[in-house]
Write a new protein. Structure first.
Length: 442
């Protein structure tokens, strides 16, 4: 099982210590590096401007600038946190649960800056064909969008100062450890053999659950269920969702860490799942509400993109179609029925889409994974879908869900004690653009 687990890190082959040493003498593959530079830019585009426009288009006019500011400033804040300590905690050697401080302020990056990067050491080392600087930046964009996704559940009511403190603590104490669990050869979920190609657990379940807890702790928006909270400008949201769709090719196909056949398959299944989920959400909404909405179409696309993320490098087109259909219906249910049943105010459905569809995708990865896509010389048969693999996926999902929920709750309570979490009712009614930033959209 451990040998198979070593094959799961972003599709890269396990190497021996001698192989790792050889990798240090090898030259960077320019084709792989070029693809990864492009993928990194695509993933960054998912947050700014993609997510900023997507979320801003769904809030009321008085909160548009404040919502955009959240994504934009989180992009800057998490980038700094990542190079100072976040990368070290996520991808430093450490142990089973967290990295270490050995890469504080990117210490050691200059030593092999023009050589292929090897993650880990010893028998568990994983070799790449790209420079470490590219790997660091690529992973930085994942940390950025994960933190930014949470804001969808907290929209219209959280203090900007509280958000910055919370994101700082959460990125270092929740995101980085979970990334280590799943993607570092020393991580316990990695060793367990659970699969997550591009972030079903690390990004989507993690952000979705954090958003759910945040929405519950903050409480409902003033006037929720009574005032008109219709989106200000769905056109902005459509543009943002479109950027997310395109950027997601970097997110998923880029997670192959090279220009390879597996990257090509990840790109294909990403497109299929997004398209299928768009249609299944629309059909579900049409059947139950009488009209297919534009908001439903773009939400369905994101649902499919979320669900295919953990499976992208492990499944073929047929299963991707199934994953997309299930995700569209599950996301629609999570954003409507589940939210109504439970009574929480997940403003922009961060949990309903990212949390629910992240769980769907992680579990279905265990059902549909195709062995040849994860095969390596050390594990020539790869990992195939089975009941055992499904149970491993469920175990990883449950572990991330519980840890994120508990840690997020504790951090929110700490932030509340330090600066307070929520704006006043008067500020909320005035709008966060003016109350927090002293600006108006126009």
């Amino acid at each position: 099982m451990r040998m198979l687990a070593r094959a799961t890190l972003l599709a890269l082959p396990a190497v021996t210590a001698a192989g790792a040493a050889f990798a240090q003498d090898a030259k960077v593959d320019t084709g792989d590096t070029a693809w990864m530079l492009a993928s990194t830019a695509l993933v960054l585009m998912m947050t700014v401007p993609g997510l900023a426009l997507f979320y801003a288009g769904m809030v009321r006019k008085k909160n548009v600038l404040a919502t955009m500011a959240q994504s934009f400033v989180i992009c800057a804040l998490v980038a700094v946190l990542w190079v100072v300590l976040g990368f070290s905690l996520a991808f430093g050697e450490g142990g089973a649960y967290v990295g270490d401080a050995s890469r504080l302020l990117m210490r050691g990056l200059a030593e092999n800056w023009d050589k292929p990067f090897t993650l880990g050491s010893g028998d568990a080392a994983v070799a790449t064909t790209i420079p470490e600087s590219v790997f660091v930046t690529f992973q930085m964009t994942f940390a950025i969008i994960t933190a930014a996704l949470i804001t969808g559940a907290l929209a219209d009511r959280m203090k900007f100062s509280a958000l910055l403190v919370f994101v700082t603590l959460w990125t270092l104490l929740v995101y980085s450890p979970i990334a280590h669990w799943v993607w570092h050869p020393n991580g316990w979920i990695f060793a367990l053999g659970a699969l997550d190609f591009a972030g079903g657990t690390v990004v989507h379940i993690n952000a979705g659950v954090a958003g759910l807890v945040g929405a519950i702790v903050l409480g409902k928006r003033t006037g929720y269920g009574q005032d008109n909270m219709a989106p200000y400008n769905l056109g902005l949201a459509v543009v943002g969702a479109s950027m997310l769709w395109v950027g997601w090719f970097g997110f998923n196909a880029g997670s192959a860490l090279g220009a390879s056949g597996r990257a090509g398959m990840a790109m294909l299944v990403t497109q299929i799942a997004a398209a299928a989920a768009t249609l299944s959400w629309l059909i579900g909404e049409w059947a139950t509400k009488g009209k297919p909405s534009v908001l439903g179409a773009i939400s369905g696309a994101v649902a499919g993109l979320v669900a295919i993320t953990p499976a992208a490098g492990f499944v073929l087109p047929g299963p991707a179609l199934v994953i997309g259909v299930v995700a569209g219906l599950a996301g629609f249910w999570g954003a409507t029925t589940l939210k109504h049943w439970c009574g929480y105010d997940d403003s922009l459905d961060a949990f309903g889409v990212h949390g629910i569809c992240g769980i769907v995708g992680a579990l279905l990865t265990g059902v549909f994974t195709y062995g040849a896509l994860s095969a390596t010389p050390a594990a020539p048969e790869g990992i195939s879908g089975s009941l055992d693999q499904l149970l491993l996926q469920a175990y990883a999902v449950a572990a991330v869900f519980v840890f994120t929920a508990v840690a997020t709750f504790v951090l929110l309570k700490i932030v509340d004690l330090i600066v307070g979490l929520r704006v006043t009712e008067e500020e909320e009614r005035e709008g966060l653009d003016v109350a927090l930033h002293g600006e108006r959209l126009g």
